[in-house]
Structures are given as structure tokens and as C-alpha cells.
Design a protein around this ligand. Structure first.
Ligand code: GLU
Length: 499
């Protein structure tokens, strides 16, 4: 097979809100195709919608992409051969192109007032017609219109949609989309404030930036014919179009919406990429998870580290069916990637979670607990709950939990006292001998090992679920273990026997 030609692809988010997994998936597919073909991945910021502009959004977009490891080759921060990469800095380019479209007879000035437009709409509603511009300014003489515009009369520029014929949009994931031109509105290209709309700016940039493949959400399908018409009006060559499926709620019913975006009841922890980072997901797992919501390799392979995705990703395996967002799957992937991470790397990633929880973390301690918790956590933040006791000066166990199963408080206190003596007498906390000694002690006290270990687990870790107890005690060290047992004895002795 011949090597695929290097593509030029772009991820073109609007900085209008928080960065979510829909954006992450679109960016990922762009990135994969660029890396697979030795092409270029462009980041372009589409900030023409002033009303919805959110000044913090661009940073969040970039931070999210960086965290995911989806580095771009050209973009607003690093420049590139087609700079600038922020649409608000390209207004002159769009104005010139709009002038060209007007000269080509494919766009026109429209001076209709909002009042007139709303009257037209009301009329159309009454007659059950779909609302659209009635073409009132379509046939103004260009000379007059230009003069009025120059004199400062408020106006927009509209696309002059042909009245006849059909427009065909070719999307790689769908049958050709064919629309009668008579059903396509004369869309506004330039607003009265001199800012172009998405359709004009995005199409111009995709052409000028020599984009070969456009991945975008299927919410753009309704205006896809307009985009094709703009290409045709300029006689530009179209890119390959790929409209990606929407995400559904975990139930598979209904589009994933802002309302359900962080609703644990509906099984959605958060759809925002940086929240997933905070929740302790690995970017490897998030990429793998996103990749499979709209693409598959075969009907069974699920684990795709980035290098596999780059190698195996293919456009013909993309699906146009909506994908339900499934967090259990993400947890599953995350557990797998956590187990695969080299210890030093896992240590580096867990550290900020423990620090965030307020622990002073000694490197050596963290190093020794990695093997004890690696198999037991699904997300990095679970390390705090699972292993916080290693870093606490004192733990405060629930006194009632210290009482051994089927035992009284004083029996438990006595057993804990004997454990104290046995450990104190031990030359070291080496696991094998510690375990032997404690098992012997359980026999001597006529207890099951599980009864004795149950008391000890709560005494030393404060938790009924913990990493392996004996190994944990070795890490904590003899003096601290003895202190904790002493505290447990005091708590037990202060309780009356109510068995
Ligand atoms: N700025 C558009 C959005 O955020 C991008 C659509 C496109 O990629 O063309 O939805």
C-alpha cells in the first residue's frame, strides 16, 4: 500500500466555555491522522462569537490539550506559516474575501432593520413557512449598496444562495447529503458589527490554511450545504468532511447535555477534561476512552496506547452512530493504565494528589507504597483514601471499630496489648517474621488470625479496607506502629464491655 499523503488538519474550538470530552475526541482524531501521515496538526481559535466569548476558555483549551499530550504544530501560541491562528486577529482577511464574494455576485449587502426582519418572520410563521430571509435586498444595485454602506448605514452581508439547482455535501461517514438550493437561506456572512460569522471565517481559514480534512461535530450538518456553496462560489477545492457523531448520556437515551455533564446520579462524573484530570484519571486512559467513542479497530480490541492509536487509526472505521458515554469503561481503562505505568511514573502522578490532600510526602515512603496500592486503585485520587494513613502523624480510628469481631472491648484491649509486646520485642519489622509472630500470638490467645488482624488493621491504618497489613506495617515502621497500637489500647480501655 502506498504511504498516505501527509494531511493538514485543524482543531478549531470556540473559546465559549469549558473544554469537554467532545472537544478532546475531535482533537484526538485530528492529531492521530496528522501523526500517522507525518502531516500537520493546527490549533485555531475561533473567537468570532463575541457574545459567548469566555476569556478563560483559551487557556483551558490549551491546558487540556497539553495534558492529553495532543501537541499542535501550528497555533496561536507558537505561530506557523499561516499565522495568525486566532480569528479575531484575521478580520481583514475575511473582509477582503467577503468583498471578493460580493464582486463574484455570490454575496450582497442587506440593510433590513431588525423590525422588518421580525415582521417577515411573523408572516412566515402565520403561513407555516420555515423562517428565512425573503430576499428583499438581493437585487439592490451593487453601486448603490456600496455607497450606502460607505455612508455608514447599518448593514450585514448575506450569501446569495442560488435559487435553482441542488447542493451536494460529501461526508466520509454518510451518504451524500443533497439539498435543493431553494431550501437554503441567504445566511448572514458578516454581521452589522463587522464581525464575520463562523461559516465565513471557518471556511476561509480552512482554505487559506490548506486544510485537507475537516473533523467537526455533527451539529454542523444543517449548515453543511452553505459551507459547500461558499467553497463553490470561490471555486476552491473542498477538504474531506467528517462530521463526528454526538455523545449520548450513559443510559444511551438523550444527547449528553450541559445539564447532565456532571451529574453523578446519571453516571457522569464530569465531561470536562481538566475535571477528569482532577478526578485522578490518566490522560492515557482518557485518550483511549475517547478514541473508542466513534472509532473501533475490530470488534474486541479495547486497549490502545497512543502509539497503537497512531498506527491503527483509520477513517473508514469511524462511525456516524451516536456513542453513549460510559464511565465504568473509563474506570476500567484507568485501572489498566495505572497497573501498566512504570513505578517511578506512577509515583510522580500520585504525588500531587497526596500533597493536595495536605500530606507531607517522603519520597522513600511513597516509593515503598506504590507496589502495595497499584492493584487496588482505579483512579489516582483513590491513593489518598487508600494510603493517606502512611503519611499521617496520628490517625484517629473510630473506637467502636477497634473492637474485634465477636470480642469485647477489654478482650480487644488485652489482645492489642499483647501485640504491642510481641512487636516491641521483635528485632525488625521484616514481613515474614512479623506475620509468623502475629499468627502464633492469635493461636496463643485463642483467636482467629482474622480477629487479631482486624483489630490491628484499624489500629494501624484507621481503615477497614487497606493495602496488605503486614507490608503496610513494615513501611510505617516500628515506632510509629507501636504508637498507634498504644493509642488503640487507650481507646479500647476507655470503652465499657457491652457484648
Ligand atoms: N468553532 C467550531 C466549534 O467549536 C468548530 C467547528 C469546526 O471545527 O469547524 O464548534
Amino acid at each position: 500500500m502506498p504511504e498516505p499523503a501527509p494531511v493538514r488538519v485543524r482543531f478549531a474550538p470556540s473559546p465559549t466555555g469549558r473544554f469537554h470530552i467532545g472537544g478532546a475526541r475531535t482533537a484526538l482524531y485530528n492529531y492521530l491522522l496528522a501523526r500517522q501521515t507525518g502531516g500537520s496538526f493546527v490549533l485555531r481559535i475561533e473567537d468570532t462569537d463575541q457574545k459567548r466569548y469566555d476569556p478563560t476558555a483559551q487557556d483551558e483549551i490549551m491546558d487540556s490539550l497539553r495534558w492529553l499530550g495532543l501537541d499542535w504544530d501550528e497555533g496561536p501560541d507558537i505561530g506557523g506559516p499561516f499565522a495568525p491562528y486566532k480569528q479575531s486577529e484575521r478580520l481583514l482577511i475575511y473582509h477582503n474575501l467577503i468583498e471578493e464574494l460580493i464582486d463574484r455576485g455570490s454575496a450582497y449587502y442587506c440593510f433590513c432593520s431588525p423590525e422588518r426582519l421580525s415582521q417577515v418572520r411573523n408572516e412566515q410563521q402565520k403561513q407555516n413557512l420555515s423562517p428565512r430571509y425573503d430576499g428583499y435586498c438581493r437585487s439592490l444595485s451593487l453601486q448603490d449598496a456600496r455607497a450606502r454602506a460607505k455612508d455608514g448605514e447599518s448593514h450585514v452581508v448575506r450569501f446569495k444562495t442560488p435559487k435553482e439547482g441542488k447542493t451536494t455535501g460529501i461526508d466520509l461517514l454518510r451518504d451524500p447529503i443533497i439539498v435543493d438550493n431553494i431550501n437554503i437561506d441567504d445566511y448572514i456572512l458578516l454581521k452589522s458589527d463587522g464581525i464575520p460569522v463562523y461559516h465565513m471565517a471557518a471556511i476561509s481559514d480552512d482554505h487559506l490554511m490548506e486544510i485537507t480534512h475537516v473533523f467537526r461535530g455533527s451539529e454542523w450538518l444543517p449548515t453543511f450545504p452553505l459551507h459547500v456553496l461558499i467553497y463553490e462560489a470561490f471555486e476552491w477545492e473542498q477538504p474531506q468532511w467528517i462530521h463526528l457523531s454526538v455523545f449520548l448520556n450513559p443510559t444511551g437515551k438523550g444527547k449528553l447535555s450541559k445539564r447532565t455533564a456532571m451529574d453523578p446520579k446519571s453516571g457522569v462524573k464530569s465531561v470536562y477534561t481538566l475535571d477528569l484530570k482532577e478526578l485522578g484519571y490518566l490522560h492515557e486512559a482518557v485518550n483511549n476512552w475517547c478514541a473508542l467513542m466513534g472509532w473501533s479497530y475490530d470488534d474486541h480490541t479495547e486497549i490502545f496506547p497512543m502509539e497503537d492509536l497512531i498506527e491503527k487509526f483509520s477513517l473508514d472505521k469511524l462511525s456516524s452512530s451516536p456513542a453513549a458515554v460510559n464511565f465504568s469503561k473509563l474506570d476500567h481503562f484507568n485501572g489498566i493504565y495505572i497497573r501498566e505505568l512504570p513505578s517511578q511514573e506512577l509515583k510522580r502522578r500520585i504525588l500531587p494528589f497526596l500533597q493536595e490532600a495536605g500530606y507531607r510526602v517522603e519520597d522513600e515512603t511513597l516509593e515503598s507504597i506504590i507496589p502495595l496500592i497499584r492493584e487496588r486503585i482505579h483512579t489516582l485520587d483513590e491513593a489518598v483514601e487508600m494510603a493517606g494513613f502512611f503519611f499521617q502523624e496520628t490517625i484517629h480510628p473510630d473506637p467502636s471499630l477497634l473492637i474485634g469481631k465477636d470480642m469485647t472491648a477489654s478482650q480487644s484491649a488485652f489482645a492489642a496489648q499483647r501485640v504491642y509486646e510481641v512487636i516491641e520485642a521483635l528485632p525488625s519489622m521484616e514481613c515474614d517474621s512479623l506475620e509468623n509472630e502475629l499468627r502464633n500470638l492469635a493461636d496463643e490467645l485463642n483467636l482467629k488470625a482474622s480477629q487479631l488482624f482486624g483489630i490491628l488493621r484499624i489500629a494501624v491504618t484507621g481503615q477497614s479496607v487497606s493495602p496488605p497489613l503486614i507490608e503496610s506495617m513494615e513501611v510505617i515502621g516500628k515506632s510509629k506502629v507501636l504508637e498507634r497500637i498504644q493509642e488503640a489500647i487507650a481507646l479500647l480501655s476507655a470503652q465499657s464491655d457491652t457484648k
